[in-house]
Design a protein around this ligand. Structure first.
Ligand SMILES: [Zn+2]
Length: 304
């Protein structure tokens, strides 16, 4: 049995999957916030309950909102204060008597999509999350590529380039500060939140993404202009990522990935931002939604 745990700031979910990644069971608890020890114990108990249910020792993969630094072995998960800067993998492995693996939750999202039966034919799958922020995950032949330290795919902290600034009006371009301490990171533009912040900065009105999209489909002029600009902005930014990575498949997740017009408009806008011989890869909507995190974490123990 493959266990995937989605470790969040408020909830921890364990789901058990068979070798075909079909969900067999799941349980969700509140994330303990009082001490590291109670956080570890809660995870150990979740795993032990699943072991008892299935009469075996399942593999344990974690999806975390951050990453485990491969050089120090310490978790860098600032929004789970009790476990931040702790050697979570060695501690859990000792308590559970088995290897424990962890990956960034965007990498787990991409891994879950890459292991979908229709997508397994693509050697390199790039997952992009347009949610509260912008994140990415890189999967080669069914394995996450997380890099030397473990931060590969942190695409939200790529910064605005020449063409993006030109599109936004040079010195009139809204420059947003990012949670990483830098500014003008894609995280605050190419995301559901960024969509709303940009609309407010450029059009002078505060609307939700849902309202802007409704106005766009109703043909309202301001929304149409804004969406066309946002598509161009996305093509500039994702075009650079395609130039660097040349993926076979891009899967979009997060709230803004439900904006269906993007799947029609992006493939048309992208070629202008790619090298002449480059091809726009297939761009699809994610299939697994909220369960992608646990499914991808479980897939950390699968090999092709
Ligand atoms: Zn940043």
């Amino acid at each position: 049995m493959l266990y995937g745990l989605d470790i969040g700031g408020t909830k921890i979910e364990l789901a058990a999957f068979n070798e075909k990644l079909e969900k067999q069971y799941s349980e969700r608890i509140e994330t303990p916030k009082d001490s590291y020890q109670s956080w570890l114990n809660a995870i150990v108990q979740l795993v032990q309950r699943a072991d008892e249910k299935f009469g075996c020792q399942g593999s344990v993969g974690l999806g975390v909102p951050g990453f485990v630094n491969r050089e120090t072995g310490l978790a860098e998960i600032t929004n789970i204060r009790v476990a931040d800067n702790q050697p979570i993998l060695t501690d859990l492995a000792a308590l559970l008597g088995r290897e424990v693996r962890a990956e960034n939750d965007a990498n787990c999202f991409a891994l879950s999509e890459a292991w979908d039966s229709e997508n397994q034919q693509y050697p390199f799958v790039l997952g992009l999350i347009l949610g509260t922020g912008f994140g990415g995950g890189l999967v080669f032949n069914g394995k996450v590529h997380s890099g030397k330290v473990g931060m590969a795919g942190e695409l939200g902290h790529l910064q605005l380039n020449y063409h993006a600034l030109k599109l936004l009006g040079w010195d009139k371009a809204p420059i947003f500060p990012c949670g990483c301490g830098n500014q003008a990171c894609l995280d605050t533009y190419l995301s559901g939140r960024g969509f709303e912040m940009l609309y407010q900065a450029l059009k002078g009105e505060s609307l939700t993404a849902k309202q802007i999209i409704e106005n766009f489909y109703a043909g309202e002029q301001t929304a149409v202009e804004f969406v066309e600009l946002f598509v161009e902005f996305s093509a500039i930014s994702i075009g650079n990522i395609i130039t660097a990575l040349d993926p076979h498949l891009i899967v979009l997740g997060g709230g803004l990935s439900n904006f269906d017009y993007l799947y029609e408009a992006l493939p048309k806008a992208l070629p202008a931002h790619l090298m002449r011989s480059a091809k726009v890869p297939l761009i699809k909507k994610a299939k697994y939604g909220d369960s992608g995190g646990v499914r991808g974490a479980a897939a950390l123990f699968l090999t092709k």
